[in-house]
Design a protein around this ligand. Sequence first.
Ligand code: NA7
Length: 526
Amino acid sequence: MYMLHRLRKAGFTAKVFEAGTGVGGTWYWNRYPGARCDVESMSYSFQFSDDLQQEWNWSERYSAQPEILRYANHVADRFDLRRDIQFRTRVGAAHWVDDANVWSIRLEPERRNAEAVDKTVAETVTARFCIMATGCLSTANLPDIPGRDDFLGDTYHTGRWPHEDVDFSGQRVAVIGTGSSAIQSIPIIAEQADLLTVFQRTANYAVPAQNAALEPDKVAAIKSNYARFRAIAQTRISCAVFDLPRPSALLETPDEREAEFERRWQMGGLGFIGAYEDLLRDETANGFAADFVRGKIREIVDDPETAALLSPTNVIGCKRLCVDTDYYRTFNRTNVRLVDLNVTPIREITATGVALVGAAPVDVDAIVFATGFDAMTGTLLRMDIRGRNGTPLTDAWNGGPRTYLGLAVAGFPNLFVITGPGSPSVFTNMIPAIEQHVDWITDCLENVRAKDKSVIEAETPAQDAWVEHVNLTADTSLRSTCSSWYIGANVPGKPRVFMPYIGGYPAYAARCEQVAQDGYDGFAVS
Ligand code: NA7
């Protein structure tokens, strides 16, 4: 929506195509119970207008999905954005037409209730520029477990949750996966269900949200000085305002470290991983933080065996750190069971539930796949995107995504990706990361227009150098050391490439700014 808003203000004609029936993106699709976002540290930062940010009041530190969606709808109405958004429309293909210097974009009515799409009613539009605002986590990863379609009960994916209320009262429910979406939803499902069985492949670290109503004084302080709040955020690696890290966990005594970890645990949220500058660089430093969380799990979970199973053994922060409300405590409930898939893997899904290797089948009434997304590239690669000479994006990226600044792709003129692979994206506060890209793209298009040119395209040497820089930077971080979705490890067959840029928001934004100031260095304009 911000892209549309900026393009309009700059005098461009723009049209948005959206597969869903409403606005909100992530917050339209991810309606699973417990879905929340940290609006206190992260998202005081929607730059549509000063009036709006002064008037809008978030109710909690971690705003719940319905409230965020209400905000998105308010924005759409307030800025009259809907008239340029075509809903229920999926982009099936986008082909660059070499002779005409335009994108030819094939639109397909969105498939609903498993109806086949009638391709005959598909429509093609053309555009000078094509901007992919398709999100980093938008294509659901539904694992190909044998028998998945044989199940006779209800199945859900957390990223495709129904719009109607789902009530698990009286039901036996299976949740497969223990990532962020599972960790948010399990405590709520457990309160409703008769019996909840959680199928865990990899134990995950979660720190408490410590959610609470937003304190009016704090809100007033931020509202009276938004510009300064944003300016501070933009100096931070994550572009979010958490307490600054201390220099090194290695330089402090065990008591000092314990006190700092405890302080951040009580404060709540992702700031925990920013306790020390070396937490994500040095294995020993990281181990201190990991041990602290494992100690908390042992304290919280009554049964030592369950506590051990819930205790992650990998590097903390390597997979995305989760933020929870009562996740570990939920396993003290008598109606919750944990199954370790490393000991008893899923053999198949049957008509009545989940069959395991080496253990009795688990009969359930509903299965929740909290199995994540084909992250960062999944949505783009599922569209039939073709650049110069008809080259498919799937060919250009067959060894993993290659972009210039995460914004553009050599061989794909006039195509931009918002928070694409190779940009800080999922390692930053997403809202300012999106805004920075939108502002940069709008300025870029204005520049092309001002020069009376019509085509801008990333050059291969600039792209190669950027990809190398992204890879070298990733190698310096412990984040690249485990099988996370950052490296595509959750999707069988996906190339293992560390996709987001880990060099931090300030360095990245400065680089984008420099490229623009140098006349779009690394881009060919014609
Ligand atoms: P995640 O973080 O990718 O978590 C997915 C979970 O599903 C994770 O525990 C996976 O285990 C598990 N998984 C995936 N495939 C399987 C199969 N085949 N069998 C068993 N378990 C499986 O996705 P989320 O939706 O939780 O979070 C994504 C982001 O959305 C998150 O960062 C928030 O910002 C919101 P694995 O770890 O791969 O062993």
